[in-house]
Design a binder for this molecule. Structure first.
Ligand SMILES: Cc1cc2nc3c(=O)[nH]c(=O)nc-3n(C[C@H](O)[C@H](O)[C@H](O)COP(=O)(O)OP(=O)(O)OC[C@H]3O[C@@H](n4cnc5c(N)ncnc54)[C@H](O)[C@@H]3O)c2cc1C
Length: 189
């Protein structure tokens, strides 16, 4: 069971299906509705030979002004390029120069132009669209307009989700059993 249909939930669902799991994805609105769709600034990753993971890590920690978890920043830097290549394989068309290379964006605290965009300032929209198409084509059961009310716990173990399903006027309570639940519901939500 995956809850949420932003970049995290859609990616988790695709990986779970590829690993042989039977996957249900529930989300509180339409599948394509998530903060991911509104992200404009692009994605930073070490995608060029004259850039380095050490420089990306340093820039990230400096921008974090001492508040970042260095281990989390290291995961971001080390795994980012593979995740970006995965998005490309799944159909996200990052902007390219006429000669074919990626357009390099220099933004914020980065000391190297390592920010990739898709559709200019519509990066999140391009990512959401590609991943939604991929999930719709995969063997994923999709339940939209389903608000996660609570997790169902038995003997100290999560065994499912307690949902309010419907468009808001007359939602219906529904429980779905699950061996494992991935919460991909975004930030404060
Ligand atoms: C305007 C804007 C600009 C941004 N610009 C950038 C940028 O340039 N670069 C960048 O890297 N990041 C940017 N971000 C941040 C980025 O969009 C988020 O970090 C990222 O999209 C989070 O993805 P997510 O999958 O974790 O969560 P989300 O995309 O927020 O998805 C959460 C999902 O969970 C669902 N959900 C939430 N609660 C429940 C519930 N109770 N029951 C069922 N479903 C639920 C939501 O409907 C949604 O589908 C921006 C964000 C915004 C809003």
């Amino acid at each position: 069971m995956v809850v949420g249909s932003g970049i995290a939930g859609l990616t988790a669902a695709l990986h779970a299906v590829a690993s042989g799991c039977r996957v249900t994805l529930v989300t509180k609105d339409a599948l394509e509705h998530a903060n991911t769709r509104f992200a404009q600034g692009g994605i930073a990753g070490v995608m060029f030979d004259d850039d380095s993971a050490a420089a990306h890590l340093r820039d990230t920690l400096v921008a974090g002004a001492g508040l970042s978890d260095p281990e989390a920043a290291r995961v971001l830097v080390d795994e980012g390029p593979a995740r970006i290549r995965e998005l490309i394989a799944w159909g996200v068309a990052f902007d390219r120069e006429p000669a074919g290379g990626f357009v390099k964006g220099l933004e914020a605290a980065h000391s190297y132009p390592r920010v990739l965009h898709a559709g200019g300032d519509a990066t999140g929209s391009a990512i959401e669209r590609a991943l939604v198409a991929r999930v719709r084509a995969a063997a994923v059961r999709i339940v939209e307009q389903a608000f996660l009310r609570d997790l169902v716990v038995e003997a100290g173990r999560i065994v499912g989700v307690d949902l309010l399903v419907g468009d808001g006027s007359a939602p219906v309570r529904e429980r779905i059993a699950a061996d494992a639940v991935i919460l991909a519901t975004g930030g404060a939500g």
